[in-house]
Design a binder for this molecule. Structure first.
Ligand code: HEC
Length: 139
């Protein structure tokens, strides 16, 4: 009996794995194609990113990115990359904003309010400016 249950959970894990691998190349292609729209890390891009952030993100992630006092309890602190679940690289930040993340992070690309790739890259630069200095892109 126990082994039957184990067997079933192995199959569902494998299926989940296949789905993840099927989505990955799409995410990679979107990430590569979009990289052309990235403005250099620096004051101008960060300022634009902050404006887009305050219009779209602060309700859940807080006006300073820390998500303190957020109505959405599971919204992560964007100033602390060590607490992130889905996001390591700059392209991860980009695709999680564009396409959404987890169960409760909505998409902001074409499936959402339609932020442009260049605006999403400004957001990436802004978020990096809030986080630890060692993870910031070179200007
Ligand atoms: C409706 C609330 C809401 C809004 C608005 C929102 N987020 Fe999120 N965001 C979340 C939640 C909740 C999660 C965590 C998802 C999960 O754990 O299932 C998340 C996750 C993320 C992550 C991934 C962090 C990780 O753990 O890897 C990033 C990056 C992010 N948000 C950036 C943004 C940016 C930038 C904006 C504005 C364009 C934004 N979010 C707007 C709720 C929101």
């Amino acid at each position: 009996m126990t082994s039957l249950v184990d067997g079933r959970s192995r199959i569902s894990r494998a299926t989940r794995g296949r789905v993840a691998w099927a989505v990955l190349p799409v995410a990679v292609v979107v990430g590569l194609a979009a990289a052309d729209d990235r403005a250099p890390y620096g004051k101008e891009s960060i300022t634009r990113g902050r404006t887009v952030y305050l219009q779209n993100c602060q309700d859940c992630h807080g006006d300073d990115g820390t998500a303190k006092g957020s109505a959405i309890a599971v919204a992560p602190d964007l100033t602390d990359p060590s607490a992130w679940k889905f996001t390591k690289t700059d392209s991860d930040i980009f695709s999680n904003i564009k396409n959404g993340a987890g169960d409760n992070m909505p998409p902001f690309g074409p499936l959402g309010p339609g932020l442009k790739d260049s605006e999403i890259w400004d957001l990436v630069n802004y978020i990096r400016s809030l986080g630890p200095e060692r993870l910031r892109p070179r200007p």
